[in-house]
Design a protein around this ligand. Sequence first.
Ligand code: HEM
Length: 494
Amino acid sequence: MATISAPEYLLGQAKRRLTPSFNNFPGMGAVERRLLRTEFPPRKLAEPPPGSGLKPVMGDAGLPIIGHTIELLRGGPDYLLFLYNTKGPVVFGDSPMLPSVAALGPDAAQTIYSNRNKDYSQQGWVPVIGPFFHRGLMLLDFDEHMFHRRIMQEAFTRPRLAGYVEQVDKVASQVVANHWVVNDARFLLYPAMKELTLDIASMVFMGHEPGTDRELLTKVNKAFTTTTRAGNAVIRKSVPPFTWWRGLKARELLENYFEARVEERRGKDGNDLLTVLCQTEDEDGNRFSDEDIVNHMIFLMMAAHDTSTSTSTTMAYNLAAHPEWQQRCRDESDRLGDGPLDIESLEKLESLDLVMNESIRIVTPVQWAMRQTVRDTELLGYYLPKGTNVIAYPGMNHRLPEIWTDPLKFDPERFTEPRNEHKRHRYAFTPFGGGAHKCIGMVFGQLEIKTIIHRLLRRYELQLARPGYEAIWDYGGMPVPKDGMPIVLRPLNR
Ligand code: HEM
């Protein structure tokens, strides 16, 4: 249910029409401008049943073969905002690559996430990541999903998280202090952060001590990167030597690696996630099979890795661009000092929570939520037949002017009393999803990211590579800064 009042909503709608992204977006070139102005022949998803009173979902197919890929890749959330403004909340994209319905705005997100009648299944993700991450938690549905989620939940209890934080901190302090290049505008934060989060995962998820098993870990980490990227392949068939095929080969390597690790860790003690998954059981004593653990570990690595990398990179960028927020966060970090971190101390870094929320509002790591209808249904009065791919776009909802004041402005105070802009609609702010599939690793991820940024702030002043530098994001998969995000780390005199 929308919690925003009618006059506020109307005012917001009017403001929306005045935002720059109504008919253009940053970095837009002549090709995209032309495409936005082009009226493609209309397409109807399906005829609603007579007498149902439902409207048909209308849209178009865009360009031959590639549909609207160019606008989506270039504009990301801004292109979707354009669609919402010009075509409404439910729009059909009859792309040959993936015909789908865009479910735009927080009301549509609410229907999909809360999934009251169990109309929407996670099978919507299958065409994109299914072959590489099958039977990962996010790809399971309904009773089977609940069964697995209840067991996995045991690996994310507070005492377990306390164990992970200790290990995250060990790796993060080490890498940030000793491996990152200082006083150099050529230092690229994004790849460095990616390596760091993989190093953290190697220890916290897989139980390898830092600096050990380098050769094996390099192979495994490379396989992760290949598997994760494979979903973006243009040729979406297993043809050697192309991306899809490489992704499947990399998945095989990961399966072999984890099968061996599970055999090794069963019945052993340990605080790493893999060993914990080997031990955990739900209240009824249900446990994961070896095969379940392999599938879950491969998915967890993917789910945890690019999301944390993207969030910590965006946060560091925003802190460099807003020195007053950097100082405010550093003041809180200074109160903690350089001692070992635990959950209680990380909870004291409240300004960092605000910066994190604002960073993932503006650049949302998981831009889409993909679903498929399991029966004929309706969405906001539009008819959706069984088997329709439906995509909600939290990344766009996070930029709606009827919810967010001056949406493109970095303004973390919007998350505090009395403004509380994120509470204007129950589904206004969903960077971690919502409903039964809400991110199970949310708290872990937040603790990991705060640990990394705390360690950075204690050692360095973060500066943009040049005054006025603005990051440009590639929205092909998870948002990635196109230039790798140069940031200057100036060691602090302490
Ligand atoms: C900033 C970091 C993160 C963000 C923004 C994020 C975002 C999300 C989102 C949006 C979903 C829901 C997808 C959907 O509705 O289909 C999700 C699900 C999930 N995430 Fe995260 N995630 C993050 C970190 C993590 C971490 C660190 C882990 C593991 C340790 C993790 C594990 C998962 C799993 C297993 C699911 C599937 C849950 C289910 O289907 O029940 N995530 N995440």
